[in-house]
Design a protein. Structure first.
Length: 757
């Protein structure tokens, strides 16, 4: 792709009109200017943009050493309030602080008269903000339970807003509310990175996964592993370490207020804030007595890189054959206190310790039987799952640290794991949030993800991305980069564990795909394009240099993640530009400058991708006049609600259209496969004429439109929401002529059936 080569030459300085408001975007590298002093950096920014910014327009938001550079982020502000997305980020060498890279996303200063005008406006009251937040999340998503909330003032499109981040049960809401009139000016929902994959292929601990459906893993089944870095002293929880917090007050959802809850006066009125509770909980934890972690009392799985506990809901299970003891790790526990109003209460609590290790051979001899119905109680009594999870989390650190994940604090902070979350809306899944990997309970239609290291490493891949790419990172698409990097992190660890050798089931991993960019509307499908491209780069490098190629590509990817830290609007183009920049820099003696460029370009070829901004191919999925995208009704974040009585049904008439580009063509005749069962997390909604085999439609040429009727019925095959409803999707896949192994485009249409009496 010669056009791509020409575009990549211009990696030095550019100024452009940006999709993120009208920001001026500037970038240069140490090859052009080595002075990283902020006054000098700011003068160059002004020179290249024509602006007249001063040091007083900025404040340091973050400063930290990374493994290979020193990072500083300066946030543009007005009236001591940050301006959304307007930042200057500087990477410099660790030894002499000379510039490695500078990136600026800036705009004209907000005039003082505007600042003064807005400062006089009366802000919405905390209660009004909370009411608006509740109404907004109820209108935009079915994930409406507020579990945590943080608030800050910032400028957005030159108006002052309250920017509120809400942690719900299954994801995050980001809501911006105008200070002047309380109007919602921006609302975005992002689900937690769930393990949305049904990977049940063949496998003491399993090096990859357990044997499944009688397909053996050719790595010798379970192998002799080692539970490393267990702490010799741990905090003793006692009966209830956070009982004092429970007695202080009731933490009702209706009284949740991140502002009033931080004040003594507000707490006396019954208001509370999660940040205050967490601070109090940490003080309690630090005062808990340290006791030996030994076989005399039973060794618990708390170590250097991870702690493994049971979810608090395990207390409701019967038949457990050992005494459940409290963990010292704080965990907010949400319970329903009024089923009619669905009122929730947060109970300051902890998880539960797993089955203790009573001898040096205990973990070695535990049964790893696979039960058809995946009985959580029997698995708890066997005590194997927590052993597997502890080993797998530790293995991720063991694999990645020698290959470059050595960033101070970020590469040593432990991940926490919780097993057996019994919540019905979380069933058959695993998910990551807040340094924590969470496992649910499982039905007979899926596998036990606590024994699937590929899932564990995928979820921890989200954590690695959070750590290296920063708390202020904003992804400008469906979130596919997050899923793609998570898949790729798992791929890196798999290659290290297997020493680069193929194994039975290696051809079934999601990362092996031909999915094109911009041809999906859901994060996991979108992530296939990112992860698949990175896998192709890795595959070529390892074909050439074996495990040395693995080291090089791992080091390169980690560096690109550092160089996109806190990016205000990271697109696919920006990501791969920074990957090439990291390659151009090299990292001697491991990587020569530019040695992987040709491999990266080859991997991008054929993925419906352009660094020049050229038009790309398009796949439209329409429900009436609505284009089903990654947001809005019909998306994963906002399933289309359908209220039906038993025996009733609802018809949909969907349409599919395709359009090729100069560099990417669909191969006609194209087959559209519509799958209603068998895909990940499908099967809850009952569609008319659903079967295990997909329905097929054909497009003869680009002018053709496929009309696809779908009918959903009023009876759920499986309830997967606490209110008795079910959420599911129809999966539309595009197969070009001659394609046999993998669809090239994929979209999902989500519905939520709400049964009526």
């Amino acid at each position: 792709m010669n056009r791509m080569n020409n575009a990549l030459v211009a990696l030095s300085v550019f100024v452009a009109s940006h999709a993120f408001a009208d920001l001026k975007v500037v970038r240069w590298t140490g090859q052009e200017d080595t002075d990283a002093e902020f006054g000098h950096v700011l003068s160059l920014v002004n020179e290249k943009t024509g602006l007249s910014l001063t040091k007083e327009d900025f404040v340091v938001v973050e400063e930290r050493p990374l493994a290979t550079s020193h990072f500083v982020m300066y946030g543009q502000q007005a009236g001591n309030v940050p301006i959304h997305g307007q930042v200057i980020r500087v990477w410099s060498r660790l030894d002499n602080r000379q510039t490695v890279q500078v990136e600026a996303h800036v705009d004209e200063p907000i005039p003082q008269r505007v600042v003064r005008t807005w400062s006089k406006k009366a802000a919405p009251t905390p209660q009004a903000l909370l009411d608006t937040v509740k109404k907004t999340i109820q209108k935009t998503s079915d994930d409406t339970e507020i579990r945590d909330m943080s608030l800050k003032d910032e400028w957005l499109n030159r108006q002052l807003v309250k920017s509120i981040r809400v942690k719900a049960k299954r994801g995050y809401h980001q809501i911006s509310i105008s200070v002047s009139d309380g109007r919602v000016v921006k609302s975005v929902y992002q689900p937690f990175p769930f393990a949305d994959e049904y990977l049940s292929v063949p496998a003491l601990v399993y090096p990859l996964w357990e044997e499944y459906e009688n397909v053996p893993l050719n790595l010798g089944g379970r192998v002799a592993g080692e539970l490393k870095y267990l702490k010799t002293k741990v905090r003793e929880a006692g009966n209830n370490p956070y009982e004092l917090l429970q007695k202080e007050m009731k933490y009702l959802e209706s009284m949740f207020d991140p502002i009033k809850g931080l004040t003594e006066e507000g707490r006396k009125e019954g208001y509370w804030a999660m940040s205050y509770v967490k601070n109090q909980a940490n003080q309690i934890y630090e005062k808990l007595p340290l006791v030996p972690n030994s076989f005399n009392e039973g060794v618990i799985l708390e170590g250097k890189y991870t702690t493994v506990n049971y979810h608090p809901s395990v207390q409701s299970l019967t038949g457990i054959k050992f005494n459940l003891k409290r963990s010292s790790q704080f965990r907010p526990n949400w319970v329903v206190v009024d089923h009619d109003s669905e009122m929730m209460e947060m109970v300051p609590d902890s998880g539960l310790l797993g089955r203790p290790l009573l001898s040096a051979t205990d973990a070695y001899s535990r049964s790893a039987r696979r039960l058809p119905e995946h009985s959580a109680v029997e698995y708890i009594n066997d005590g194997f799952d927590e052993v597997q999870v502890y080993w797998a989390v530790t293995q991720l650190f063991e694999s990645l640290r020698p290959m470059g994940f050595t960033d101070p604090e970020l590469s040593t902070r432990p991940f926490h794991a919780y097993l057996y979350d019994t919540d019905i809306s979380m069933k058959d899944n695993a998910y990551y949030t807040d340094d924590t990997i969470n496992f649910t309970t499982y039905s007979s239609k899926t596998h036990n993800m606590a024994r699937d290291n590929t899932t564990i490493w995928h979820e921890l891949g989200h954590g690695l991305m959070d750590r290296l790419m920063g708390d202020h990172l904003n992804l400008a698409d469906t979130g596919g980069l997050s899923e793609g990097i998570a898949d790729f992190v798992a791929d890196l660890v798999i290659r290290d564990v297997t020493k680069g050798q193929d194994f039975v089931g290696s051809d079934q991993l999601r990362i092996l795909n031909h999915t094109g960019f911009y041809l999906t509307n859901e994060s996991h499908d979108d992530g296939e394009a990112y992860g698949g491209t990175l896998h192709d780069i890795l595959q070529k490098a390892m074909e050439k240099e074996g495990l040395l190629g693995l080291q090089k590509v791992t080091d390169l990817t980690l560096e690109a993640m550092r160089f996109t830290r806190n990016h205000p609007e990271l697109t696919a183009t920006e990501w791969f530009s920074h990957l090439l920049f990291a390659d151009d820099l090299g990292h001697l003696p491991l990587r020569r400058p530019g040695e992987l460029r040709a491999t990266i370009e080859e991997a991008l070829n054929g993925r419906n991708f352009s660094l020049t901004g050229a038009a790309t191919a398009d796949f439209k999925l329409m429900n009436g006049q609505q284009d089903i995208k990654s947001t809005g009704y019909g998306s994963r974040a906002q399933p289309l609600p359908v209220k039906l009585r038993p025996g009733e049904s609802k018809d949909f008439q969907l349409r599919v259209q395709l359009k090729s580009s100069e560099t990417y063509s669909f191969k006609y005749p194209v087959t559209i496969k519509v799958q209603l069962r068998q895909a990940p997390i499908q099967g809850a909604v009952h569609w008319n004429k659903e079967s295990d085999e997909p329905h097929e439609y054909v497009l003869r040429d680009e002018k053709d439109t496929a009309a696809i009727p779908l009918t959903v019925t009023g009876t759920c095959d499986e309830v997967n929401r606490p209110d008795g409803s079910c959420v599911d999707y129809a999966y539309f896949q595009i197969w070009g002529a001659g394609e046999k192994d993998e669809a090239q485009a994929k979209k999902r249409f989500y519905v939520r059936v709400i049964p009526q009496q």
